[in-house]
Design a protein around this ligand. Structure first.
Ligand SMILES: Cc1cc2nc3c(=O)[nH]c(=O)nc-3n(C[C@H](O)[C@H](O)[C@H](O)COP(=O)(O)OP(=O)(O)OC[C@H]3O[C@@H](n4cnc5c(N)ncnc54)[C@H](O)[C@@H]3O)c2cc1C
Length: 288
């Protein structure tokens, strides 16, 4: 028996048609695509959640939502989704090559989010390495939109080179925002770079925070998240108040296929955002 069309349309496993309405080059290998639903779109995404994005004829990959915009058709299901994509293989290169007017399939929202409500009333640290800033950008926007809800707020960014820093114009604007400390460090400086050289972990010394009431949101390469989380724990931030976003191969996105299993955790369903109290012990197990 065929399921009624409406039920299939609303199902988390069926991609909805979206089209590219804008393509912004971020770095040499990374673009941000603004996707508008062709009809009614998906349910709203919370900061930190991801979508499965289908490049027709190539395949489907998980991509975080790096922002939302009010779309042409308006309404909560007419939102434009922003996805920042680095070309690393066949599918991501296919998405990277899309141009305004091209179509994609999108399903979601999937996974746990950053859940900034748990950070209210305390100091907040956002720590991003490279492309890790993409899923954190909606959270930074929340911190900027509602400063009265949080204590001292810091955004610390790391990248390989100055040319790899994402959203440079926006980061400049964040630096000018009252009460938000923004720091950036690169591994290898280039001409004109007068910021820090080194790892993002070293920037923690500059941020002002009261460790027991601090919430930290960390995303980047695993080695960077591990070093950051360990330093924060060392400084007295409770492990459960440090949230990291983990990446593993994902196929279904709905907790069925098992590709993203990490010990007892299915990252598409129980993650990608996890507290360090859960993530730390799992990342410490070799070959898991
Ligand atoms: C929850 C989640 C959110 C994600 N959000 C984003 C996002 O916002 N933007 C984005 O560009 N990517 C994101 N990714 C990663 C993205 O899904 C992969 O880059 C993509 O699946 C690679 O598929 P592919 O077919 O292009 O390359 P593949 O053929 O699968 O891989 C090509 C090569 O790239 C390597 N590779 C695969 N994934 C990565 C990676 N993440 N980083 C570096 N090398 C990799 C592989 O090991 C392989 O050597 C996310 C992944 C997860 C799990």
């Amino acid at each position: 028996m065929t399921a009624p069309a409406a039920a299939v349309r609303g199902s988390a496993a069926v991609p909805l048609p979206y089209r590219v309405v804008r393509r912004d080059e971020e770095t040499a290998d990374t673009v941000t695509l603004a996707l508008e639903p062709a009809g009614e779109g998906l349910e709203p995404f919370r900061p930190g959640q991801f979508a499965m994005v289908y490049a027709f004829g190539r395949g489907e990959v998980p991509v975080s939502v790096s922002g939302v915009e009010r779309g042409g058709s308006g309404g909560r299901r007419g939102e434009r989704l922003l996805h920042t994509v680095r070309a690393v293989g066949a599918v991501s290169a296919g998405l990277h090559g899309l141009r305004p007017g091209d179509g994609v399939g999108v399903r979601g929202p999937y996974g746990t989010g950053w859940e900034p409500a748990a950070a209210e009333g305390g100091d907040v640290l956002v720590v991003a390495g490279g492309l890790g800033l993409a899923p954190l950008r909606p959270l930074v926007r929340e911190l900027l939109a509602r400063p009265e809800r949080y204590g001292r707020r810091s955004v610390l960014l790391g990248a390989r080179t100055p040319a790899d820093l994402l959203y440079r114009e926006q980061v400049r604007a964040w630096s000018a925002a009252e009460g938000l400390l923004v720091g950036a460090a690169v591994d290898r400086p280039g001409p004109g770079w007068d910021g820090d050289v080194g790892t993002v972990v070293a920037l923690l010394g500059r941020a002002r925070f009261h460790p027991p009431d601090t919430a930290a949101f960390v995303c980047g390469p695993e080695v960077m998240m591990r070093a950051t989380a360990r330093e924060l724990v060392h400084r007295g931030v409770p492990a459960h108040r440090i949230r990291v976003s983990l990446e593993r191969t994902m196929h279904c996105g709905t907790g069925h296929c098992g590709h993203c299993q990490l010990g007892p955790v299915l990252l598409c369903r129980d993650g990608p955002v996890l507290g360090w109290d859960r993530a730390g012990p799992l990342l410490g197990v070799r070959e898991l």
